[in-house]
Design a protein around this ligand. Structure first.
Ligand code: ZN
Length: 536
């Protein structure tokens, strides 16, 4: 069964919409707070977000958020080492490839830092009005997979099916949107063989002992992504393993002859199996065309994997392989590199078993801008959970409290400014920390305005819309399915039953219902406006 046919339904994709608007140019002076006080932007939740800029003085170009003609979205491009304005090359669709998991084990939280970055990237692109055609591979054949499957006397299919399923379940728990296409490498062996044949016709390969190697001296641009000068290092030696260090910039295997006891495909270029690098080049070009808009992955993939992808792809097509290369930084754990020997190695499942909510993990992974190293700490995870509760409480307050009629213009302006600051932070190379700062400053100010009676009924809609825009990117406001055991309708019915019991002065029964709901994680609050409830 293909992963794309599996029943682990990821969130469905939302169709993109287009709108065209005029370019606006305006001048913004500092950052004022229409609610009265002016405070600097600051980091949130114990430094996990951190690194917010302290001011935004000076002239800025302001573009209407939905104007496809004048996109304000900017990304740091590893290839050019510059921050560049982004828009797709053709029509309104972003053609994007991201390197997927190698399904030899459960994915760890460092892997999910990268996949969460990709998810935020997807959602930010869609918020700009772009459509997406996003391909992600599932690497279901490589050195590690073969080693483990052979050791466990399992077929490749049986072995990788376990971890493919686990990966998709983990993605669903973290609310990672499903790419438009998920493509297992082993479904594309013929395509890879065809590409290797074409590379051979172009004199980019040589064979040795039944394996085929890419001769990197035939590709003058080798090193342009990792910005390494490999001059003098390009001829002669070759490397058979899929992963290797920079010092070993060598001819790499496109096709590997089978070793004793290894699975192999019988093909026109002999028996064997593909190298890791060729699979991404082949699947990316097959589905997205010769030049991608964005290729993304973790920084550990820049060399050799992405460098090799460029060499293969550009030797095949003569065209630039990808216009933008985006790379997410490493995840550290409590300030150290994650490793099994240090005992600080966590899969998503480890954290869920310890009782942490998947949305808190998602929040923490998303909260640090992707180009900064993320220091994963359990304190940070607890702060993330607290931050989510604050936002959920704010949303509940907006939805259930009664406010005086009318509209407070200052608060309306403050809401608008916060929503703009949020969008502009994401447009700024996905500065998630600053985007979260905009949300939390607004939450604090609006809560104060509610407490002082300044907040009006007419302000609630725009505030909820802003929270909706926030949640379309961060997706943490809805409680996870496990905590959702009682349906909303059932909670409402029990509350109505409790109200009736109270009216009948049956307070023992009313208390009993409150206690039962609490046991199911539902907290009731009696307010002047009636009963309000929330999930713990
Ligand atoms: Zn790849």
């Amino acid at each position: 069964m293909l992963p794309s046919e599996t029943p682990f339904g990821w969130l469905t994709d939302h169709p993109s919409t287009l709108s065209s608007c005029e370019l606006r140019v305006s001048r913004k002076k500092g950052r004022s707070n229409p609610l009265g006080s002016s405070r600097p932007i600051r980091g949130l939740h114990g430094g996990a977000a951190g690194h917010c800029r302290a001011g935004r003085d000076g002239a800025r170009l302001w573009y209407h958020e939905k104007s496809p003609a004048f996109m304000a979205l900017r990304f740091y491009n590893t290839l050019s080492q510059q921050v560049e304005a982004f828009s797709p090359a053709r029509d309104n669709t972003v053609r994007m490839y991201t390197c997927g998991p190698t399904v030899y084990d459960f994915a760890h939280i460092g892997n999910f830092r990268t996949f969460t970055f990709v998810d935020i990237l997807r959602r930010a692109l869609r918020a700009q009005g772009f459509a997406l055609d996003h391909v992600m591979n599932i690497t279901d054949v490589d050195d590690k997979i073969i080693r483990n499957a052979v050791a466990q006397h399992q077929s490749l299919e049986d072995y990788t099916a376990i971890y493919t399923k686990a990966f998709l379940e983990d993605c669903r728990a973290l609310r990672l949107e499903r790419p438009e296409r998920l493509t297992p490498a082993t479904n594309h062996i013929d395509d890879m063989v065809g590409a290797i044949e074409r590379l051979s016709e172009g004199q980019h390969t040589y064979s040795s002992d039944g394996s085929t190697y890419f001769r990197i001296s035939t590709f003058p641009g080798y090193g342009k992504l990792s910005h390494n000068d490999f001059t003098g290092n390009l001829a002669g030696a070759r490397v058979d393993v899929d992963e290797y260090e920079k010092a070993d910039a060598r001819d790499f295997a496109l096709w590997k002859a089978p070793k004793e006891g290894e699975p192999a495909w019988q093909t026109a270029i002999g028996p064997g199996r593909p190298g890791w690098h060729i699979e991404c080049s082949v699947m990316a070009i097959k589905y997205l065309g010769e030049t991608l808009d964005i290729h993304a992955g973790g920084v550990d993939l820049i060399f050799p994997h992405h460098e090799n992808e460029i060499a293969q792809s550009e030797s095949l097509t003569g065209k630039p392989f990808s216009r933008f290369w985006l790379h997410a930084e490493f995840l550290m754990v409590e300030g150290q590199k994650m490793s099994k020997s240090l005992g600080n190695y966590y899969t998503l499942r480890d954290l869920l078993e310890r009782g942490y909510q998947p949305e808190a993990i998602r929040y923490l992974l998303a909260s640090v801008p992707y180009r900064k190293q993320l220091n994963f700490t359990f304190d940070g995870l607890k702060s993330a959970a607290t931050s989510i509760v604050r936002l959920r409480n704010f949303k509940l307050r907006l939805e259930t409290e009664r406010y005086p009629e009318g509209l407070n213009e200052q608060i309306a302006a403050r809401t608008d400014a916060a929503a703009k600051a949020f969008s502009q932070s994401l447009e700024d190379d996905l500065n998630t920390a600053e985007a979260l700062a905009a949300v939390f400053e607004f939450t604090r100010d609006a809560n104060s305005a509610m407490d002082s009676g300044e907040f009006r009924a007419g302000n609630a809609r725009a505030a909820l819309d802003f929270l909706g825009r926030f949640d379309a990117i961060f997706d943490v406001l809805a409680p996870s399915a496990a905590a959702n055991a009682i349906a909303d309708a059932e909670v409402e019915a029990r509350i109505a039953e409790r109200d009736a019991a109270k009216k009948a002065r049956n307070f023992a029964r009313a208390d009993e219902i409150r206690r039962e709901l609490l046991e199911n994680g539902i907290v009731l609050e009696d307010t002047k406006a009636g009963v309000r409830w929330k999930r713990k």
